[in-house]
Design a protein around this ligand. Structure first.
Ligand code: AMP
Length: 423
């Protein structure tokens, strides 16, 4: 029986990888501009880190983690998100002792045992950033702006920012009581998910897609904020305005993770089945201390790369063209084939992408192969030309041919490619 990939996983094949590299390059470039530096943490951590860092009552910890006992009897978990591991590394490596805010980013796979659907996988990839060590609302706003810039810089249209404040844990606890008093009489009218969320995490009930009709007149967390939370929220908004980042306020937005304080936000877009969230994040002032570090605040975001790629496809966004080969080296006959190997090596050394034949095929077949690689130039090496110390240079688009001295081949190839670029 042939093997198949595990449910909810994907093979990213060379034909599609260009889009991924394009998206990742955009993320790295924006991080450079905003001063975020890459961090790579392990793909698995102790299970307890996620129980504490993500929260016991979250969907992730309750039903989605890939956890197992290793051979030493430790309980470990494939990372379901990037924040807990990044914060763990920040604490363990004492990055907080540096004088500047730690601005970190990561790109990599995450693992959640979720029901498979369009835009939802069991191994998926996130681009995430975390800024640790400052309470400044400018930092919340810059994190939101970086995410917004990411979507626009890859060429996506219509990605919206939704913003909320979820206050402090104390404010949420008081709000929770008010909300439950509102929801309790409606319990039987709500969907199963909402009913179970009422018991575990009532704030998330308001986020439900099906039951919005029942939430008319529900209390708003924004009315429950104290002065310092309200001020922080206002300042985040002012900084967003200063950067001209558009956003809407959604007082029902609560993120799926427990650790958020103050700012919570999401990026939304139409075009991936029934799913509309492509990224999100917020401030987490208690998290560093919760996992045993000093009392340092943080703010961050995570963006789903599968969903970004799906949106690029659904919007038919034009990506920059990449060619697989600048030059194809045609070698005809045994000694010419060896000369071709040498020529290919020298041209690659000059920084060009070079393809060639690996089967001793005839001229016509090799030129066809050159077309498949979209080579712009072919270098044709035959026994007779070689004997004269020459090669033929063929411009693939026009068919124009020119005989050049082997000693000048490299320089000629480079000149011709430059001329083509300039046209
Ligand atoms: P979260 O960590 O749940 O806030 O997720 C942040 C982003 O990661 C989401 O907005 C999605 O774009 C992406 N994401 C989360 N879970 C999945 C999944 N199972 N499959 C694909 N993308 C996901």
């Amino acid at each position: 029986m042939a093997f198949q990939k595990a449910k909810g996983t994907q093979d990213l094949l060379p034909a599609a990888i260009g889009t991924w590299q394009y998206v990742e390059a955009a993320a790295r470039e924006l991080c450079r501009r905003y001063g975020f530096r890459e961090i790579r943490t392990p793909m698995f951590e102790s299970t307890e880190l996620y129980q504490r860092g993500v929260g016991e009552t979250t969907d992730i910890v309750e039903k989605e983690m890939y956890n197992f006992e290793d051979r030493g009897g430790r309980s470990v978990t494939l990372r379901p998100e990037g924040t807990a591991g990044t914060v763990r590394a920040y604490v363990e490596n004492k990055l907080y002792s540096e004088p500047e805010v730690a601005k970190l980013y990561y790109i990599g796979p995450m693992f959640r045992y979720e029901r498979q659907q369009a835009g939802r996988y069991r191994q998926f990839h996130q681009f995430g950033i975390e800024a640790l060590g400052a309470l400044d609302p400018a930092l919340d706003a810059e994190v939101i702006a970086l995410g917004y810039d990411f979507f626009t810089s890859v060429g996506l249209k219509g990605v919206r920012v939704e913003l909320n404040s979820v206050g402090t844990p104390e404010i949420r606890a008081a709000f929770r009581e008010r909300l439950l008093a509102f929801l309790e009489p409606k319990r039987e009218l709500l969907c199963k998910d909402c009913q179970s969320r009422m018991d575990r995490n009532p704030l998330r009930v308001l986020d439900c897609k099906h039951d919005q009709a029942h939430f008319e007149g529900a209390p708003s967390i924004l009315d429950s904020l104290d002065e310092s939370c309200a001020t922080h929220f206002d300042q985040v908004r002012a900084h967003l305005d200063a950067m001209e980042i558009p956003y809407t306020i959604n007082s029902r937005l609560v993120r799926g993770l427990d650790y958020y304080t103050h700012t919570a936000f999401e990026y939304k877009a139409e075009g991936i089945g029934s799913i509309d969230t492509v990224g999100g994040g917020g401030r987490y002032n208690g998290l560093v201390a919760d996992i045993g570090g000093p009392d340092q605040p943080g703010v961050g975001l995570a963006i789903g790369l599968e969903r970004t790629v799906l949106l690029l496809e659904s919007q038919q966004t034009e990506l920059p063209e990449t060619t697989r080969a600048d030059v194809y080296v045609v070698g005809l006959g045994e000694s010419a084939a060896q000369a071709a190997t040498g020529v290919a090596k020298r041209l690659r050394g000059a920084g060009l992408a070079v393809e060639r034949d690996y089967g001793g095929r005839k001229m016509k077949a090799q030129l066809k192969s050159a077309d498949r690689y979209e080579a712009r130039l072919a270098v044709i090496l035959g026994e007779d030309e070689l004997a004269r110390g020459e090669a033929v240079l063929k411009a693939m688009a026009s068919g124009e041919q020119q005989t050049v001295r082997l000693t000048e081949l490299e320089a000629q190839v480079i000149t011709q490619l430059k001329e083509m670029d300039a046209q």
